[in-house]
Design a protein around this ligand. Structure first.
Ligand code: 4AD
Ligand code: MG
Length: 453
């Protein structure tokens, strides 16, 4: 039976009759035998296999080239070589699939840009193997975090008729041929539909029934921002809590980011070592820092004052009442506070209709969690639970209440204070791994002008 290399390498005793299967990374020939490094993606490390020229299958060794798939059976013995505990003494080897010299991952040191052009093969590289193992472990950690706290997982729809964020950055979904702006009643769903930008509105309906819920799924934004932190398709985790205010929301958001950092330190240690060596020397230190220290909290008005006092020449000037730019967010976390920061109480004018209006009439209970190196990873708020005020907000944002009748019903029948947030999973992964471009933490990136694979 096949054993994953990760388990083989974790063995505490020598072992006979082990079968491993994977892809050849390198082969070195000596007189009468060869060393073959095999990786199966289950862990960062390769298993060294020593193949005597006399074992069955060794006649094909010349085809054990970089990228070829092979199957090996042998005995696990203590390795005399430095830097590795075990090696496999092959008793039989078998070529499963050839890879000729055109296999593009021949040598180390390809650029990330080049590797993006071979997104179908890059998971076989050390870096991307590490990134996507970490992504998988973190996805598990997300569910664990919420399930342990009695949050109920809700699958919200991917096709929707409402623009949750009101930013008009939706991808249309239509089966209309020719004139797609024709009569919506003749379209597939009998109305205009889009790919969702957020599962929040639907999550709210479930929170107002099941108390604490969360969603974890793909979301889509047709924003034409070609930056290292924006993707057209990204995954978002959106918890929503009934009987919860802004303070409770910030508590959960900060605890969540800390728990993900702790999980990475504890469960992705081998891959983290690679990130530390080749991607970001500070990554482990930064995670330890985040786990240990409380986040800073600062109202938007104070954040703006700090930025104005900073004397920094920003590309985008700091304007009270305007959105913080990513350079402003990074100044706050990296230079001023030198820690993650939660900014709250933003101006009403720059935030969506669903956020709760503060008593000052000018700000809403919005909060963004900003982290060093990235800026915003979380955006959330306490929701407007008062029907009249919500209607007023919709008027303010020029939305038609008729389109949101079901959302308004939540305020008509047993309304409760409630709050939630959205965490961009890829932004979190960038923070936890140090990887600087969102295209490199998602298996197949969708960005403006690019949807290959
Ligand atoms: O701040 P946003 O727009 O908030 C919402 O969508 C709310 N409905 C969430 C809620 O309250 N339930 O987006 C939330 C997060 C951002 O903080 C960011 O991490 C990520 O989603 N995000 C993106 N990530 C990658 N590419 C993009 N284009 C993103 N836009 C937002
Ligand atoms: Mg936001």
């Amino acid at each position: 039976m096949r054993t994953l290399i990760r388990h083989v390498l974790a063995s505490t005793t020598p072992c006979e009759g082990v079968t491993v299967q994977g892809w050849v990374r390198t082969r070195r020939d000596a007189k009468g035998f060869s060393f073959v490094e095999i990786n199966d993606g289950s862990c960062l490390a390769c298993l060294q296999v020593v193949v005597d020229a006399s074992v069955p299958g060794a006649g094909q060794l010349h085809d054990f080239t970089t990228g070829a798939s092979v199957s090996v059976q042998g005995d696990l013995v203590a390795s005399p070589a430095a830097g590795q505990r075990w090696e496999l003494r092959a008793q039989r080897v078998e070529l499963v699939g050839k890879a000729d010299a055109s296999f593009p991952l021949q040598k180390k040191g390809h650029t990330l840009e080049f590797l993006r052009t071979i997104a179908h093969l890059r998971p076989r590289s050390n870096l991307f193997g590490a990134v996507f193992r970490t992504r998988s472990r973190l996805a598990h950690a997300v569910h664990q975090f919420f399930q342990e706290r009695d949050f109920i997982h809700v699958h919200t729809p991917i096709i929707t008729a409402s623009d949750c964020e009101g930013a008009g950055e939706m991808f249309r979904v239509t089966t209309l041929k020719g004139n797609v702006d024709g009569d919506p009643a003749t379209d597939f769903f009998g109305r205009r539909t889009y790919l969702t930008v957020s599962g929040q509105l639907e999550a709210e309906t479930f929170a107002c029934a099941l108390s604490n819920v969360y969603t974890f799924g793909p979301t889509f934004r047709a924003e034409n921002s070609n930056t290292a932190r924006h993707a057209a398709e990204f995954w978002m985790i959106e918890p929503e809590m009934a009987f919860c205010d802004l303070a409770g929301d910030m508590d959960l958001a900060e605890a969540f980011v800390q728990a993900m950092a702790r999980h990475t330190l504890e469960h992705c240690a081998e891959d983290l070592t690679l990130f530390e060596r080749f991607v970001d020397k500070e990554v482990r230190k930064r995670l330890a820092f985040v786990v240990e220290r409380p986040f800073q909290r600062v109202p938007y008005a104070e954040a703006v004052a700090i930025l104005q006092r900073s004397g920094k020449a920003f590309e985008f000037p700091v304007e009270p009442g305007a959105n913080l730019q990513s350079e402003h967010e990074r100044y706050l976390t990296e230079e001023h506070f030198k820690s993650p920061v939660t900014v709250f109480n933003y101006p009403r004018t720059i935030k969506p209709f669903y956020m709760r209006l503060n008593d000052d009439g000018a700000t809403v209970t919005a909060m963004d969690v900003l982290v060093p190196g990235i800026g915003e990873v979380i955006g959330g708020s306490q929701r407007e639970e008062r029907l009249e005020q919500l209607l007023d907000n919709m008027k303010f944002q020029k939305l038609d209440p008729k389109d949101y009748w079901w959302y308004l019903d939540l305020r008509r029948y047993g309304t409760v204070p409630h709050a939630g947030f959205g965490l961009g999973f890829e932004r979190l992964l960038m923070f936890l791994t140090g990887v600087g471009n969102i295209r490199d933490v998602i298996p197949f990136a969708r960005t403006p002008g690019s949807a290959e694979f």
